[in-house]
Write a protein that binds this ligand. Structure first.
Ligand code: IVH
Length: 678
């Protein structure tokens, strides 16, 4: 465990971790795209928890440790769950399982019976039935509000549309995709020149979150039910009874669910499942241990995020040894050079791995990596394999040290190191390899999302000299695509249509597509929300940008510098001339519920910072203000509200407590009756 730094250093580290975790959450929950592996994510969370424990004053309400992660995306209708869908705490060792049990023993004076279930690695869903008919299927979302994906869920064969009994029922379970189906979808995507999915979970989530249910139907998904949310209404006294009940009324429950009498039996179960895991048709990432008796569950209760009566034992990321045959260097879209190790192929967690990222040259030096070395490779969270450590030179293989390249592997320009930075970069503004990388990002799924523009197509277009700037994409005619190898009329037509379909682009996607340092999808959405138009953003200065909550100095500076660059301005001009229109999507969070009203926020709110509260007021067309006057419509009074609340009482201005304020923002009626004054 890393040492605890001084308070100032801890505060900085906490800020950095929070920003990183937030971006990861956003990518994961809203876009189904993991940015980091699960163990890396858990490491960041644990570090944050440690720092917040050491300095409790740093654990402010906006910390990811204080809430269930994830914001629902805007595409589907929102649906409020009948009860919060909790998450699970993780355990990584039997010692941690013993700690979990100790807490239960402390409460009851004895150890409980457990149910062991595989932890399915898919998309968490709640199904609501009325009179035995499927009424709604809703994603977990942030645990309180999810996306209504009913039409898509209905396409899944293992979701019963009618139950065997005419009951009202709320069920929780997981939508998963089999390894076989995952491979089939990726083959199809690859042959259509599209980006493939990183893992089955993402492929499954991607399929459920399709606006067109026909696409969902074309991907064979499975649903496994594992809990009855309204168990009391069905007289269920234990988890094992709930699993039986689920089977009786028509659900498929996960294979391997077992009731066990004690922790050693549970651990034996975990080990047994680990041995059989590779043979299961779908991926699992651990075993969920649940206290069987509902009465005990009720006594144990839950924290804000997870029940105290269940824990997820996570299997360690699979590691294998292999030999580094070569190290290649690649140039990314920002010019940074990354080493990529070419490996003797090795089978890890269901796929063959022959390349691994080394992240950066410094890390390669730290690891002491040389060509010809035997290394341990980990496929963490099933994303990009990485080299964990060097075992030593492989006998009989000639070992060569890794030498940092002097020139760009693409354009051969000399590489430079920026002051204070470790990364080697190609700074040639006309480096073609870099441009192709930028182009890939520009047309990628989270950016302009041009269907069919895979790496081969983009490289081909650049090499033919047909695309030198983003805007050139819009000038392409069908005949241009026919110049690409293996491109017949049907594909040419499809590619041409894909560009045409992206003449109007939401501002957030466009900002993300530009690839500004620090502007991931989270910041891009935030900027779109705050500025409302590209023009407004273009004239914003550093001070305005850094004034936005959650945009730090570094990102603010990067945005200003990027937009001031003549090349960027020329590019924007060209895109405008090419007919690209950037518009702002009307989102649920931008509304007019507070139009024309001035609100004052005072005291401390538990669920958000002052700045966040004020941003939410603005997002609803209202004006936040620092002082109470006769013109003030409402005063939002948090804990320890002082003179401003008193002044509001004097002037007879309605005071709202936090709950009423949240209701107001969420679209509830403007409260007529207000918080009691004392
Ligand atoms: S029970 C209150 N059982 O794991 C307990 N969850 O890390 C709620 N998951 O969001 C969850 N398999 O999507 C439960 N057999 C299982 C599960 C399972 C997978 C998922 C679930 C949850 C996540 C938490």
């Amino acid at each position: 465990m890393d040492a605890i730094p001084t308070k100032d250093d801890a505060a900085r580290e906490v800020e950095r971790l929070k920003a990183e975790i937030r971006d990861c959450d956003h990518a994961y929950y809203v876009f189904d795209r993991p940015r980091v592996s699960d163990p890396e994510y858990d490491r960041m969370m644990r570090r944050l928890e440690t720092l917040e424990k050491a300095y409790p004053e740093l654990a402010v309400p906006d910390s990811p440790t204080q809430r269930v992660a994830g914001t629902p995306s805007e595409k589907f209708g929102k649906f409020e769950h009948s009860a919060q869908l909790l998450s699970l705490a993780n355990a990584y060792s039997t010692a941690e399982l013993a700690e979990f049990e100790d807490r239960i023993v402390k409460e009851f004076g004895r150890a409980p019976d457990y149910v062991c279930e595989p932890k399915l690695d898919g998309l968490s869903i709640a199904l609501y039935y009325r009179d035995g008919k499927l009424d709604r299927g809703v994603t977990r979302g942030d645990g309180f509000v999810g996306e209504d994906v009913t039409p898509n869920v209905r396409t899944i064969r293992s979701v019963p549309l009618t139950l065997r009994r005419p009951v009202n029922l709320a069920v929780r379970g997981e939508i998963v995709i089999s390894r076989e189906e995952f491979a089939r979808i990726n083959r199809e995507l690859a042959s259509a020149g599209e980006e493939s999915f990183a893992n089955p979970r993402n492929a499954g989530a991607g399929a459920v979150r399709q606006l067109d249910p026909r696409i969902t139907a074309s991907r064979r998904l499975s649903f496994y039910a594992y809990s009855v949310m309204d168990f009391e209404a069905h007289g269920l006294a234990s988890e094992s009874a709930a699993l039986d009940f689920l089977t009786e009324v028509g659900f498929v429950v996960p294979p391997f669910c077992r009731k066990v009498a004690d922790l050693p039996c549970a651990i034996a179960c975990i080990e047994e499942l680990d041995r059989q895991r590779e043979e299961l048709p779908f991926e699992i990432d651990g075993v969920v241990l649940k206290v069987d008796a509902m009465a005990m569950q009720r006594t144990l209760g839950a924290t804000s995020k997870s029940p105290r009566w269940a824990v997820a034992f996570k299997y360690p990321a699979e590691e294998k040894e292999t030999v580094v045959l070569e190290v290649e260097f690649s140039v990314g879209r920002t010019g940074v050079i990354t080493p990529v190790a070419i490996l003797a192929p090795v089978h890890i967690a269901g796929t063959t791995v022959s390349r691994a990222s080394v992240h950066n040259l410094e890390l390669a030096t730290e690891l002491g990596l040389g060509i010809g070395d035997r290394v341990v490779v980990r496929k963490a969270g099933e994303i990009i394999p990485e080299i964990v450590r060097v075992v030593g030179p492989e006998p009989g293989v000639e070992r060569r040290p890794l030498i940092a390249p002097a020139e760009c592997p693409g354009c051969k320009a000399p590489l430079v190191k920026r002051e204070g930075q470790v990364a080697l970069r190609c700074v040639n503004p006309s480096c073609e390899t870099q441009f192709i990388r930028r182009l890939r990002h520009f047309v990628g799924r989270d950016a302009l999302d041009m269907d069919g523009f895979g790496p081969a197509v983009l490289e081909g277009l650049a090499q033919l000299g047909l695309v030198r700037h983003y805007a050139d994409l819009y000038a392409l005619v069908e005949a241009d695509f026919l110049k690409l190898p293996q491109t017949k009329e049907k594909l040419a037509r499809k590619l041409h249509a894909a560009v045409a379909a992206r003449r109007k682009v939401p501002l957030a996607r466009f900002l993300y597509a530009l690839g500004i340092e620090g502007v991931g999808d989270f910041a891009a959405n935030l900027l779109a929300e705050c500025f409302g138009s590209l023009e407004a953003l273009l004239v914003a200065d550093f001070e305005t940008l850094r004034g936005i909550h959650q945009i730090g100095d570094v990102t603010a500076r990067a945005i200003v510098d990027f937009l001031a660059r003549p090349e960027a301005q020329e590019e924007l001009c060209r895109l405008r001339e090419a007919g690209l229109e950037v518009f702002v999507e009307k989102t649920r969070t931008r509304g007019d519920r507070l139009a024309g009203k001035t609100l004052v926020v005072t005291g401390t709110l538990a669920s958000m910072s002052r700045k966040q509260a004020e941003d939410s007021i603005r997002a609803q067309g209202g004006t936040p203000s620092g002082s109470v006057s006769k013109k003030t419509a409402f005063v939002v009074a948090g804990a320890e509200a002082g003179s401003k609340a008193a002044r509001a009482r004097e002037l007879g201005i309605p005071l709202l407590d936090e709950k009423q304020f949240l209701e107001l923002l969420a679209g509830g009626a403007v409260p007529g009756s207000v918080m009691k004054n004392d």
